[in-house]
Design a protein around this ligand. Structure first.
Ligand SMILES: [Zn+2]
Length: 248
């Protein structure tokens, strides 16, 4: 009995952090991409780019293990890697870019050490559906790595700057995967992405998010917004709503 009381007292007095339900934040970083999936133990970052301002990512990730998955090497996707390696604990690179890089980009990517361990949480599952490198691929965007992150209730698709041609290839994989409800609009909502073919293969899609600054390149393009609307999917913009958090 005394042991039981002692155990209960210890349980009451221990400062146990409240469990969180995994969520994703699409940060408002201007033109670029930085999406963070936050779990109890780990922050998974999908790109670490943007313009001149940094997101308040330390609020969620300063006491966790951090991993970054890089879609490709455009500066608006990798610019803050050196900052991440200085400020985010245990940051490692779980998926380096696949596109050809110049020396400057190579140096930026090398500022983060490669991950040597597997993802140490089963709170979310990361599925990569990047298409095999194709001889027809021309620009950097076509090499974009594509990820789907499954939480307990919802999934988010993050296609980097993948183009409509590449979408036609990798979206076939979606047909054999559990449904996806959330889309980070490819290439910030450029009209060269978020094709009708992709949308046909996302029948459970509920929301799309454009991580962009309209004045820079006109993203999200009105044609993409209209395509989404025709499929009953609203397109919300970080530029208007700020950091957008969604429970997974
Ligand atoms: Zn981009």
């Amino acid at each position: 009995m005394r042991k039981l009381v002692a155990a209960i007292l210890i349980a009451i007095s221990s400062p146990i952090a409240p469990e969180i339900h995994p969520f994703a934040v699409v940060w408002d970083i201007g033109q670029g991409q930085w999406v963070t999936v936050v779990t109890n133990s780990t922050c998974l970052h999908f790109d670490m780019g943007g313009e001149r301002w940094l997101p308040p990512v330390l609020r969620f990730c300063r006491n966790k293990i951090n991993r970054v998955y890089l879609s490709h090497s455009d500066m608006d996707h990798i610019k803050f890697l050196p900052w991440g390696s200085r400020h985010l604990p245990h940051l490692c690179d779980a998926a380096p870019p696949l596109d050809p890089m110049n020396q400057r980009k190579k140096r930026l990517v090398a500022s983060v050490r490669r991950c040597h361990a597997d993802l140490a949480t089963n709170e979310v599952k990361v599925v990569e559906i990047t298409p095999r490198i194709n001889r027809k691929f021309r620009g950097h965007n076509e090499f974009s790595r594509v990820f789907v992150i499954y939480g307990p209730d919802r999934a988010i698709l993050i296609p980097g700057d993948s183009t409509a041609d590449a979408e036609t290839v990798w979206s076939k994989r979606l047909l054999n995967l559990p449904p996806v409800q959330i889309l980070v609009a490819g290439h910030h909502g450029s009209r060269t992405s978020t094709s009708e073919t992709l949308l046909r293969r996302l029948p459970s899609l509920k929301i799309a998010i454009a991580s962009a600054r309209k004045a820079k390149y006109g993203h999200p393009h009105p044609e993409v917004v209209a395509r989404l609307r025709a499929n009953g999917v609203p397109c919300v913009r970080t530029e208007i709503w700020g950091n957008i958090g969604l429970q997974l």
